[in-house]
Design a protein around this ligand. Structure first.
Ligand code: DHB
Ligand code: FE
Length: 302
């Protein structure tokens, strides 16, 4: 049976990809940022921790999708994904290898569980996905893990609610638990923390609110799931809404979590960088009424 063993949340600031690619990650500006990930790099390389697959929740920044198509929740079921060209040419990092079999299983389970996912077989992936991989794994010739991209619309209004994201995470946990092969699966949530990239409030940072959010990822509290969009906008700037993606990861870890590592630093480009590593203490998630009911036979047949 596949198992969700840990969750990671991390900002996905594009400048960090540039710093790593140019070998500047240990200069005076970037050292306090990259140092915050040293613990995680050592931890994730341990044989007993090393994931086989990451379900990587991120948002596309008009690289694969644009105003022509705006899926609220999309799952990548492809074999591989290339780094997107974000204006300076594609980053010279390894292609991302998918896990089509598990991805299709999750897509089927989620849709029967009444989460109407968009299925993507071909797309390029931008800094939202590749920068967190760089922060955790440096620059290997091939990423040491398979990745199932799960893209969330947080760019064009309306993004999904935090509550819906949390519930999607719970449905992902049910999907992973019903996959027969013994796989070590991690769920990552990326984006945030407080930042606003444009307009009169550009550069806004709210360390107090960000730390309240980090606190809320730990333990049994579910108070983060009811934060309304307007509070993210007011307190954390227009791009702070990316943090709803962390709640998909948190929902997937179940009833109770423990923090293994936590890091917060300002400034990082226009952003407060935040990063937390969580372990499920009690990974129980509520049962799905749908999977237990009308779609049970179909689900059992997967
Ligand atoms: C920055 C942060 C982001 O999350 C992003 O998608 C683009 C830019 C920044 O801080 O510069
Ligand atoms: Fe972003």
């Amino acid at each position: 049976m596949a198992r969700i063993t840990a969750g990671i949340a991390s900002s996905h600031v594009p400048l960090l990809g540039v710093a790593a690619d140019m070998g500047k990650d240990r200069n005076a500006y970037f050292t306090p940022i990259f140092e915050g990930y040293d613990w995680t790099r050592e931890w994730i390389a341990k044989p007993e921790v090393k994931p086989d697959v990451i379900i990587l929740v991120y948002n596309d920044h008009a690289s694969a999708f644009d105003m022509k198509i705006i899926p609220t929740f999309a799952i990548g079921c492809g074999e591989r994904y290339k780094p997107a060209d974000e204006g300076w040419g594609p980053r010279e990092v390894a292609d991302v290898e998918g896990h089509p079999d598990l991805a299709w299983h999750i897509a089927q389970s989620l849709i029967l569980d009444e989460f109407d996912m968009t299925i993507i077989n071909e797309m390029d992936v931008d800094h939202g996905l590749t920068v967190p991989l760089t922060m955790m794994y440096d620059a290997p010739d091939a990423w040491p893990v398979k990745v199932i991209p799960l893209a969330v619309n947080v760019v064009t209004y309306p993004p999904p609610s935090g509550n819906r994201c949390w519930a999607l995470g719970e449905a992902i946990a049910r999907a992973v638990q019903s996959y027969g092969e013994d796989l070590n699966v991690q769920v990552w949530g990326t984006g945030g923390m407080s930042h606003q990239l444009q307009g009169p409030r550009a550069g806004l940072i709210n360390a107090e609110w960000d730390n309240m959010f980090l606190d809320g990822m730990v333990g049994t509290t579910q108070k983060l799931r009811t934060i309304p969009h307007i509070e993210y906008l007011r307190e954390t700037g227009s791009e702070g809404i990316e943090m709803v993606m962390w709640l998909i990861m948190r929902g997937a870890l179940g009833h109770e979590t423990r923090a293994l590592h936590r890091h917060y630093h300002v400034p990082c480009s226009n952003t407060a960088i935040g990063h937390i590593v969580l372990e499920p203490v009690d990974g129980t998630v509520p049962p799905s009424s749908t999977l237990e009911g009308t779609n049970a036979a179909a689900q059992a047949a997967i």
